[in-house]
Design a protein around this ligand. Sequence first.
Ligand code: SF4
Length: 456
Amino acid sequence: MDGTNTAEIRMRWLGLVLEALKELDIPVRQTNYYFEGEDIYWSGRDQDVTLGILPPADVDTPPRALVQTSSYLAKKGLGASCVDLNIKTYKAAEPKYHDYWNAGRRDEWADAEQCRKRMETLGIDAAAWADRFLERKAPNIAFYVRRSNMLVTRTVMELIRAKDPARRLIVYGPSAAIEAERDLFPDAVCDYVVTGEAETSLTDLLWALRGNADINTVRGVRWTGKDGHKRDIPREPLMDLSGFPAPDYRELKPQDYGDVLEIRASRGCKYRCAFCAEQPVEGPARYRPAREVFEEMAEAYRVHNTRAFRFTDLIANGNPKQLEELADLLIAARLPVRFEMTFAPTDDMTAELYRKLKAAGCKAIHFGVESLSDRVLEAMNKTYNARVAQRNLADAHDAGVETHVNLIVGFPGEKQEDIYLTMRRLKQSERHIDFVDTISQCQVLPKTKLERQPGR
Ligand code: SF4
């Protein structure tokens, strides 16, 4: 024995081969691989869970909520496969109905009568959809739910439950975290509501369902035990976003969607705007290392020839240092990509950083400006004033970035003079604004400060 083929070396070689088999998606029935703290045992995608998404949702990019979650679960040794019936329905629909997927109209599906009519118009056969999920062998089916698709999802879950009561049904995503929306998924149709993040709470739940942990200790999941006792141990947000595996696009291939890939550099938001329904769901701001975001983009370019990315962070400029590092990496690598982001106007965004972003490939920025009256901005709990917002628009536009603006009208306490002031300042900034993406009446949404303090 010369020390080149020891038990430890053999175990590492075995690990390499197992990793390769996992990459190739070839199930392994048995192995004696074992390393303390590591679990790369892989016995196929159907082993633990089928992740599903139903319409309406984005159609130009594979659903990140599925591809990111499945790759994370695989990293943790859990087998997950993905079923996207949203894209299939969109492609089968006559073009005149494609407006049902328009982002501005998606929440109309949250109205029971509208949802029923749309399903009927599109010829959706919910029973056939239930069968599509039941064809998969996984003992658990987890649906990604948000306001727009929660009613469609519930309909399909009821049918799955009726056809195969043994199949465990799970929901995760924004509607699972919002009390008023998760009430749509009672015990009769849903076994587990994942209120925490998928990477932590869904992972722990699936491990417990495999029998590897005590389910009573799983945090971030609401469920009712056989004794009728409701379990709901809260879970803190995942603070360290480093080390996320690249999304797994082997099942949901980018070429079957549009020419864009969704990407995220952060979770949550450091601001607390009074009308915001998203920050209370996502929690405090957390950022991925810039290098990992860059590597994900570089890999997508290398493997799928992806050249367009949409950052879906609540705001992508919460950490200007991270943003600048990402821009520097993209510039240095000369990656021929273009991307769009959503920003809050802030004092720490400089003209130079906007120029760097343009050089890195930033094509468009969507600014949540909301109003150009300082009084209204203060009432909204915004941390910038109209001067800062106008300066951000000018700097971005002068750098050559397309500027998009969102506006809200009728915030509590807003007066006609505030509306006129906003109109005057829009006129001043006219040449720095390319599009107004949305202008909407103020709405009081669940979980917002406005809902808690309606007198504001
Ligand atoms: S900046 Fe945007 S995401 Fe953050 S709290 Fe305000 S509205 Fe919500």
